[in-house]
Design a binder for this molecule. Structure first.
Ligand SMILES: [Zn+2]
Length: 310
């Protein structure tokens, strides 16, 4: 670590862990650390105060008390279009709704603070990691606890009027009566996601650990139907945006024996003919727990370089 190097502190907040890392101008990561999310944001705490404390103590350990050039945080949340307020975080109870995190942190840390949806940061990372150069339209779909989704159009992440574009997991599905964590009924992630797979495991395969479902139960109609559902999600995105490429990732695809070939065959079946089916370009995110921290830093770099970039 040279003294002249400017680092961005990239933070990726998940339901279980918060991941901290210093990222240099070549996007190399150092001083990677994980903290427990729930322990950090204990019930009734001042979330901005706790976050500022964590950042300060991290900088004490990793930068000898100096501050980074910027702090960039990815949240598993909806975020306002101006990227200043965390609007809603369904899976982390201790992060309050309408959390004005940028204003509160900048007031105490005295460095620029940027926030983004975690999947947007992940897509920025994956585009660089997978060396995707065409950016007319690129989509990332991450099958984890829910369905994470980010879309880039003309080199910019699609935000939408309110900053909440690309919520593919909350696509309503006709005939599905299940209640989603977002409060609505019939969202596709109630039937195609990690949470849905937990339900399938409990109901149909109580003796098979969830990690073994793809490697041992793909001959069953239940698991075949689940994979079809995943393919329909991907094909819906392809049919909607006709993207240059779709990057697939998330915990489900990392499970042992995940049937990529069968997924791809089904995506081609559901994609419209002749296009976008004929030119479908499906790529796979390279899983690493630090990806979100580096992606957050890439986002900060874009914000610092262009005041109009959101
Ligand atoms: Zn929903």
């Amino acid at each position: 670590m040279t003294e002249k190097e400017q680092y961005v502190l990239g933070i990726d907040i998940g339901g279980t862990n918060m991941r901290f890392g210093l990222v240099d101008s070549r996007h190399e990561l150092s001083a990677f650390e994980r903290l427990d999310t729930r322990a950090t944001f204990a019930e009734g705490c001042d979330p901005a105060g706790r976050l500022a404390e964590c950042i300060r103590s991290y900088c004490e350990r990793s930068l000898s008390g100096a501050m980074p050039a910027a702090v960039s945080i990815g949240f598993p949340s909806t975020i306002n279009r101006q990227r200043t307020v965390v609007v809603q975080t369904p899976n982390i109870a201790c992060i309050p709704d309408h959390f004005a995190v940028v204003e509160e942190l900048e007031a105490v840390l005295k460095v620029p603070v940027f926030i983004n949806r975690d999947v947007n940061d992940l897509l920025l990372f994956d585009l660089e990691d997978l060396k995707v150069t065409s950016q007319d339209c690129v989509a990332g779909i991450y099958f984890g606890t829910g369905i994470g989704n980010a879309v880039m159009v003309n080199g910019k992440i699609l935000l939408g009027r309110n900053g909440v574009a690309s919520e593919l997991g909350h696509l309503p599905v006709y005939g599905n009566g299940k209640v989603c964590t977002c409060g609505n009924v019939s969202c596709i992630e109630t039937v195609v996601s990690g949470i849905a797979l937990e339900g399938i495991q409990a109901e149909n395969f109580p003796d098979t650990p969830i990690q073994q479902l793809f490697s041992t139960q793909m001959h069953t109609s239940v698991m075949k139907a689940f994979l079809e559902g995943m393919a329909q999600v991907v094909a819906a995105e392809a049919n909607l945006f006709d993207p240059d490429c779709i990057i697939l990732g998330g915990g489900l695809l990392q499970m042992p024996g995940f049937p990529r070939a069968a997924l791809e065959e089904a995506v081609h079946r559901y994609a419209r003919k002749p296009y976008p089916e004929r030119t479908l370009d499906l790529r796979y995110s390279r899983p690493n727990q630090a990806n979100g921290s580096v992606g957050a830093a890439i986002y900060a770099e874009k914000r610092l370089a262009d005041p109009n970039y959101l």
